[in-house]
Ligand binder design. Structure first.
Ligand SMILES: [Zn+2]
Length: 1058
């Protein structure tokens, strides 16, 4: 159910934070996985007989390869893969190879880790094994490898009952390098005491050099877990699992309870490693187009040949069933951002279902769960959400297959305490009704359509998604290949339904109505909760401190200094394998696009891609004519525009149509920074959608209706959506605090920064909170048609289509029909005059100037231009009830096309890897920290779940001095470049090819130029840009902190308190 990871990546390019930090486990496990699709460079019409998956079908059962024996070979055509199962002869290690013609190869090893206490031992171990091993005895090979490789993914997860170490890369040499480091890390780690202190927990003087300062708890996992449980959704999910499955490993917190972590000893950690990280308790998975033999040989020689079989005692027994339902109440902290402060109770009912290894039953239950809770036509949505008792579903809702026995939960958050009883009654009533009446056939069809589309839709992390998807089943001795055979299950389901029309109803009766293993869990804020937590920590600390002798205190003092000395020492990392800059490809595969102009005015970009029979349609429209006072409402408008009904369809029918005919239709606000000038930007809304080729006319009809006649009259339903949006924003802060801090810090630095804060910053969260508190919404509802009038028109619109070459003519016809039928078409000539004086028009892609494209038409963009804009400094402290801080400082630098941009991009990686990581995470004890350069031209420093606030800002300052002093080597620069290129060359899914050109006007030529600039960056360049842009006084910077009340910040008058 829960997963903790070792590193939190922030990619500079898209600013996509949080890496794989898994959200609260929910019903959507299967959907999430299917949605992730796969990245396949060649598609079915290009595959030939020598493909990796073809080759894999030629293995025979019983064949012996490098100490392994093949025991099963299965082709899974729906997913374009061949699965090969093997066993290691000497140790019994299990192995699954998934051959697929995808160059983004993945490796993962997973161990069954089933703790019986909440000291966080598996989680701390997961961190510590990555801190050095026999062959690679450097301090943290994991983080060092991040910059010595072109990996597309590296991380480690601790789930409730397993620990997984995955990586992926497109480079074969890199694969071998990373495999070597990962194998040595998990099987032969150093497990040094100093690393245990750094990553787990330790007592240390607040100022390590000052034995008169107070003793405090420090440690990466200790702070990480405090941050995790600062989020009430996480807290609720954890309680739920512990209480529904109270018998064995699921009754404890595998990530660690901050109050229990300080009881773990180094000896216990080493013992847990010896008993759990053994090949006999391991499952290996490889995925992609690289040959299996090579993997097996390396794994055998570097690790497995050194072990003999043991009998691991790690299996999870079944939870003894209850004879009657149970009820619990737990307290939590109050949420200052809650849409309605008097309604902060969460309540849900959970049912323990069947064994996870029965894959057909599991499939049916997850399907049924979707029918029960997904979308406005589901019975629980109608009965609970539409009733407006709470703000949204409870944090854990629907099917959850992440434990040995699956569960289902249903409930609400944001309810008044006295409404608990009502919610309970509604849940029982809905179950009775569905058992009686069953599900509508059309909804079942819509769901099966969703499966079809999600099997075909491809994204870039298929290998990783597959590894996570089979992990739980496999962990409990299930068959991972069975999990992948989805079409067979669909067929069997259809058959079952035909034979017994009450098939689903019978399941519902059995698993819900007649199931006494049922938990009702409520959670509500307790006045003194945060204080009690803090006091409990203080008591634990005090007990530890009181029991210390003078001798022991002296030892702590010395160990503290020793740790700092170790963290500060430069180390020889030459033992680690590394790619060289020369291993980076000089160029990259180009993405040709074709431009067309409907009626000579609306540009459409066509991109031919192997999309497996799916069409991706996007449209971007401008906000330039929208009155300023309506701007803050644009994110809400986008959120509801495809969910309120349109044309003849009410919102329920519309939702049904969208599910039956498309893979999703949505809108989102966009601020597109100009490539050449930081005082220019485009503002607009991006409409995004996908469907199977055969459904394109239906999808375009839906868009036509949404553009022509969206409904804005259902105040009830609008109120429901408003509450959900407000709740989601509020819940999202603890996971994305560093992003909110960065947006705020950049607010006064560029004209786009200010709008960014309005759309995506804390201002938006507070704005939505105010809206959610309004007694009536009619006034607000009346604003929506006004926004629609400015926004949903073909004037200033551009479109893009990604589809197979065969489908393009049909797509072109449909898009043209759509454009001719929506407002604005043909009007452009008359109203050519620009509405505002500060708007200028530029070609979308600079190189298009002068080129001859069908007649006089050219794709242009209309930018807001504020030539007199003056950046100024602002420092904001958002005081929030969190135990940790999120700190950010932003500096205005240069736009994408400026030659210094490449230098700054390398500098950000260099400063992160060689200075900030060590200071903020290793020494400071924060979960993460670093610097990145955004396409918006802001150089941003950040920290994530940080025990420090102002101190971290001074670390940022020191990192600049460090950079200016040039205390780095050529090797450091090369590593920073590898790290930049692993982001630049990250795989792009067929659906997203050409998107940079469509949105930002960044052509392949511009990318090539940028590439050459990146290769050329040298030492002098880095020192030069550090001096030119990062020095205070030259650049203008802003800062923001989200975190608890702080006396030291209050004392500084330059800080604004919010
Ligand atoms: Zn962690």
């Amino acid at each position: 159910m829960r997963a903790w990871d070792v590193s939190q990546h922030v990619r500079a390019a898209g600013g996509e934070a949080n890496g794989m930090m898994m959200r609260v486990a929910s019903a959507r496990a299967l959907w999430r996985w299917l949605r992730s699709g796969g990245s396949v460079r060649c598609n079915s019409w290009r595959w030939n007989s020598s493909s990796a998956r073809e080759k894999a079908t030629r293995y025979t059962v019983g064949e012996k390869i490098h100490g392994f024996t093949i025991n099963q070979v299965t082709a899974v055509p729906d997913l374009f893969l061949t699965a090969v199962k093997l066993n290691h002869d000497n140790t019994g290690a299990q192995y699954l190879h998934v051959a697929r013609d995808d160059p983004n190869n993945l490796f993962s090893v997973q161990f069954r880790t089933t703790p019986l206490n909440s000291t966080g031992v598996p989680h701390i171990l997961e961190h510590v094994v990555l801190c050095g091993s026999e062959k690679y005895p450097v301090r943290d090979p994991f983080f060092k490898m991040l910059t010595r490789s072109l990996s597309t993914f590296m991380n480690a997860f601790t789930a409730s009952d397993y620990t997984m170490y995955p990586f992926s890369t497109q480079n074969p040499k890199d694969f071998q390098n990373l495999l070597s480091v990962y194998l040595d890390a998990v099987f032969f780690p150093c497990l040094r005491e100093l690393d245990f202190w750094q990553e787990g927990w330790r007592l240390e003087y607040e100022t390590p050099g000052d034995p008169l300062s107070p003793l405090v708890f420090k440690g990466v996992v200790f702070n990480e877990m405090k941050g995790v449980f600062a989020n009430n959704e996480n807290l609720y999910a954890q309680h739920l699992q512990n209480k529904l499955l109270p018998y064995h490993t699921y009754s404890v917190i595998s990530g660690g309870d901050p109050l229990q972590i300080p009881t773990l000893t180094w000896e216990e950690l080493k013992c847990f490693h010896a008993t759990h990280y053994h090949p006999s308790n391991a499952r290996f998975l490889t995925y992609g187009d690289l040959p299996l033999e090579q993997h097996l040989e390396q794994i055998q020689e570097e690790a497995l040949c050194k072990f003999q079989r043991i009998e691991p005692a790690t299996s999870v027994p079944r939870q003894p069933r209850w004879s009657e339902p149970r009820e619990y109440h737990v307290p939590c902290g109050s949420d200052s951002m809650a849409p309605d402060p008097t309604k902060q109770t969460t309540y849900s009912v959970s049912y323990l279902l069947g064994d996870i290894t029965d894959t057909f039953e599991t499939f049916i239950l997850s399907l049924m769960s979707s029918l029960l809770v997904s979308g406005p036509n589901s019975p629980f949505y109608k009965a609970l959400i539409d009733a407006r008792i709470g703000t949204d579903f409870a944090p854990v809702v629907g099917y959850d297959g992440s434990t040995r026995e699956a569960c289902f939960s249903i409930g609400l958050q944001g309810i008044a305490e006295q409404d608990v009883k009502t919610v309970k009654e509604i849940i029982e009533k809905v179950i009775d009704e569905v058992i009686e009446k069953g599900f509508e056939e059309e909804r079942i069809e819509a769901l099966l359509h969703k499966i079809e589309i999600q099997l075909k839709h491809q994204t870039t992390n298929f290998g990783l998604a597959l590894a996570s998807h089979v992990a739980t089943n496999w962990n409990h001795e299930g068959d991972p290949v069975e999990v992948l055979q989805i079409n067979e299950k669909v067929t069997r389901f259809r058959q079952s339904l035909k034979e017994n029309p009450r098939f689903l109803q019978d399941k519902l009766r059995h698993y819900f109505k007649e199931n006494p293993h049922r938990l009702a869990l409520s959670m509500s804020p307790d006045e003194g909760y945060l204080e009690n937590q803090a006091n409990a920590e203080k008591r634990t600390l005090q007990e530890k401190v009181n029991s210390l002798s003078t001798e022991q205190k002296k030892e702590i003092y010395e160990k503290g200094l020793e740790l700092i000395a170790a963290q500060s020492s430069t180390q020889d990392v030459s033992c680690l394998p590394a790619l060289k800059v020369s291993d980076i490809q000089q160029t990259f595969p180009l993405t040709p696009v074709e431009m067309d102009y409907v009626g000579g005015e609306v540009p459409i970009q066509y991109c031919h891609q192997p999309t497996n029979g799916i069409v991706y349609f996007r449209a971007f429209t401008s906000l330039n004519t929208l009155p300023e006072e309506l701007k803050p409402y644009v994110p809400l408008f986008c959120n509801v525009i495809t969910r309120m009904g349109c044309g003849k369809l009410n919102y329920r029918d519309q939702a049904q149509q969208i599910e039956l005919k498309t893979g999703g239709m949505s809108a989102s606000p966009k601020i597109l920074q100009d490539n050449e000038n930081l005082d220019m930007y485009e503002q607009g809304v991006l409409f995004t959608s996908l469907c199977l080729d055969r459904n394109l006319p239906d999808m375009m009809q839906l868009w036509t209706d949404i553009f022509n006649s969206p409904h804005f009259d259902d105040e009830e339903h609008f109120g429901v959506l408003v509450m959900m949006v407000a709740q989601e924003l509020s819940n999202g802060i603890p996971d994305a605090g560093h992003q909110y801090a960065a947006v705020r810090a950049g607010k006064t630095l560029t004209p786009a920064g200010n709008l960014q804060e309005i759309f995506n910053g804390m201002s938006q969260v507070q704005h939505m909170k105010r809206i959610a508190e309004m007694p009536e919404l009619v006034t607000l509802l009346r604003k929506l048609p006004r926004i629609k009038m400015h926004l949903m028109t073909s004037e200033n619109m551009r479109c893009s289509v990604n589809a197979t070459p065969q489908e393009i003519p049909e797509a072109s016809k449909e898009v043209e029909k759509f454009l001719k039928n929506i407002p604005g078409f043909g009007k452009k000539k008359k109203e050519k005059k620009l509405v505002r004086s500060n708007i200028i028009e530029k070609p979308l892609v600079p190189e298009d100037v002068g080129s001859e494209i069908s007649g006089s038409s050219k794709a242009t963009k209309k930018l807001v231009f504020e030539p007199t804009f003056k950046a100024c400094q602002m420092k904001t402290h958002f005081q929030l009830p969190f135990p940790v801080n999120y700190v950010s400082e932003c500096i205005r630098t240069v736009p994408y096309m400026n030659p210094d941009f490449a230098k700054l991009a390398v500098l950000a990686r260099l400063m992160t890897a060689k200075f900030l990581h060590g200071e903020i995470r290793e020494k400071g004890g924060a979960y993460g920290g670093g610097a990145n350069l955004s396409n918006g031209g802001l150089f941003s420093f950040y920290s994530y779940r940080d025990p420090n606030s102002l101190d971290t800002l001074s670390v940022f300052k020191r990192s600049i001095s460090w950079a200016k002093a040039g205390k780095f080597t050529q090797e450091d620069i090369d590593e920073a470049k590898l790290s930049v290129f692993s982001a630049v060359d990250a795989p792009i899914a067929p659906s997203d090819k050409g998107l940079d050109r469509f949105l930002y006007g960044i052509s392949d030529d511009m990318k090539l130029k940028r590439r050459q600039q990146l290769f050329a960056v040298d030492r002098d360049d880095l020192i030069e840009v550090a001096n030119k842009y990062l020095t205070a006084g030259h650049g203008t910077s802003g800062a923001a902190i989200l975190g608890p009340e702080s006396e030291s910040i209050k004392r500084e008058p330059t800080w604004v308190q919010r």
